[in-house]
Design a protein around this ligand. Structure first.
Ligand code: R5P
Length: 310
């Protein structure tokens, strides 16, 4: 009998997983999360997946139980004799710890890669890794999807005049350049300095934004400090408007308040992480069709790169 595609969700990515399964044209696989009295998790797959292509969807945002549940689900699928297991991790957490930038710190992204492989994943599918080279932490294939597939059409529809792209920090220069080249526009750079994680100490703007409609592009919005500081600086330097396109809405701590009180016209994000609450300034675009198509192409041994818009 031919192997089937089976899509499963973990607890915290249920909404996105349902959208992906619907876009693919299948029902989500049946599973339940049992717990011991002390909270210990035991995810159970409730139907046979013997010989199947199994896709388990879970983003790696906090709490760490999300990641542990994913590892346990992969182990369940392996022991249930799935033919091929893909961990679909729309937002790959712990990716900001991708190098030893000071003494006595972990390289968490590498540890997570090791754990996923040890649990039994044959492949990882993710989107907009904080640093693309994290793919090299894995010895199994990684399908790295790009949010430009979602954001480029949005910007085309918006059809803003006098558009300029901005990197909110030096690490984001390549991303901003990619947008600027695609739309044949100029770019500027915010030079951000952090004394410690989660705290922006100073920022300077390199480039001219006078009378421009500026689009800040980034992979993660966490406390929104980086973004709001960049937006303020850009407006102070004479921009007409400032918006943001940011893939993963981590949005911790005061993020929602920061955005609501900011000079940003809108912040457009993907649904890789569910929002905690609504905000008039935050618009969510779904990555469902992109992941569904990538799953289909993977299963049918077709190119995934062909999904990207250059
Ligand atoms: C940094 O390298 C990332 O691309 C984001 O700019 C950063 O994680 C955002 O953090 P926050 O929103 O807390 O300033």
């Amino acid at each position: 009998m031919e192997s089937q595609v089976r899509i499963f969700s973990n607890t915290s990515s249920q909404d996105l997983a349902e959208r992906i399964a619907r876009a693919y044209g299948v029902e989500l696989g049946k599973r339940e999360l049992r717990r011991f009295n002390d909270g210990e998790m035991c995810p159970v797959i409730l139907e046979s997946i013997r010989g199947d292509y199994v896709f388990i969807i879970q983003s790696g945002f906090a709490p760490a139980d999300n990641l542990l549940e994913l590892l346990l689900m992969i182990d369940s699928a392996r022991r249930a004799s799935a033919h091929y297991i893909t961990a679909v991790i729309p937002y790959f957490g712990y990716a900001r710890q991708d190098r030893k930038d000071r003494p006595r710190v972990p390289i968490a992204a590498k540890l997570i890669a090791n754990l996923l492989t040890a649990a039994g994943a044959d492949r990882v599918m993710t989107m907009d890794l904080h640093a693309p080279q994290i793919q090299g932490f894995f010895d199994i294939p990684v399908d790295h999807l790009e949010s430009t597939t979602i954001f480029y059409p949005y910007l085309k529809e918006l059809a803003l005049p006098n558009m300029t792209f901005a990197a909110p920090d030096v690490g984001g220069v390549n991303r901003a350049r990619m947008y600027a080249m695609h739309f044949n526009k100029e770019m500027v750079i915010c030079d951000k300095y952090r004394k410690r994680p989660g705290e922006v100490s100073s920022m300077a703007l390199i480039g001219d934004v006078t009378d421009r409609n500026v689009i800040i592009v980034d992979d993660i919005i966490d406390t929104a400090q980086t973004l709001c500081n960049a937006a303020q600086l850009i407006m102070e330097r004479g921009a007409r408007s400032v918006r943001a396109l940011i893939t993963h809405p981590v949005l911790s701590g005061p993020a929602y308040e920061n955005i609501d009180q900011s000079m940003l016209t809108e912040v457009v994000v993907c649904d890789t992480i569910p929002l905690r609450k609504k905000s008039d300034k935050i618009k969510v675009l779904s990555a469902d069709k992109l992941f569904a198509t990538a799953i289909r192409n993977m299963y049918e041994h077709k190119s995934i790169t062909s999904l990207f818009i250059n």
